[in-house]
Design a protein around this ligand. Sequence first.
Ligand SMILES: [Zn+2]
Length: 247
Amino acid sequence: MHSTYLITSFLLTLSLSFSHSSLAQQDQPSTCYGTIGKGKLENGHLLPTEGKNFKTYSMEATENGYTTAHSRVADIVVAAYEWMSMRQPMQTLIYADASLPEGGKFPPHVTHQNGTSVDFMVPVLNQDGLPAQLERTAENRWGYDIVFDENGRYGDYIIDFETMAMHIYALQLKAKEHRSRVARVIFAPELRPLLFDTEYGPKLKDINFYKKAAKVRHDEHYHVDFKIKCQPLEQPQPVTEKTVKSE
Ligand SMILES: [Zn+2]
């Protein structure tokens, strides 16, 4: 009985110290390296699974660490949600892929390599003009495969351009408060006039929208890159005779 208690207590201490050490990273600021197209991330912060007006696009993706961002980016994203919660509390905002826990290649994305990119699913309204949620399943890649027409419609849903414009404005506002900027937004060019024709549309003038046509049509999500100073990506050390011998 006594030894069972000791073993249980030992295992509990072991698991607590393990979870503590893995959580400790979230207390440290992140360091990003290289660029969004070729980079890596140290001490990445997992975006909070959910808050009062936001949530991850997929618990499975979050558990796999696909929603890891640079600490400052994570702070900006959460601060923008908080700002939104006081102005548009009825709409639940969904974020999607950010970076892998240590950055690097993140297929099928071309970028998302150093924790400074985050995808956001477009907010939608239903037929009655009320905030709604799209069905996100493994079959539609948790929403990434949904296709909106040139009027921003998909079935009974329409993109909530008012909320979306407000959100992009909030990201820029909070980025500036965190020594950053929105470096770039990618969103389908044919849908942008509907985004700009909103209350917050005119406030998006200083946002750099990607001019070229992206390889993948960004209609069901908008991609946001944040300006964060990153370290140069170190070159791999050449293997010399000396290093081989010392090992
Ligand atoms: Zn993206």
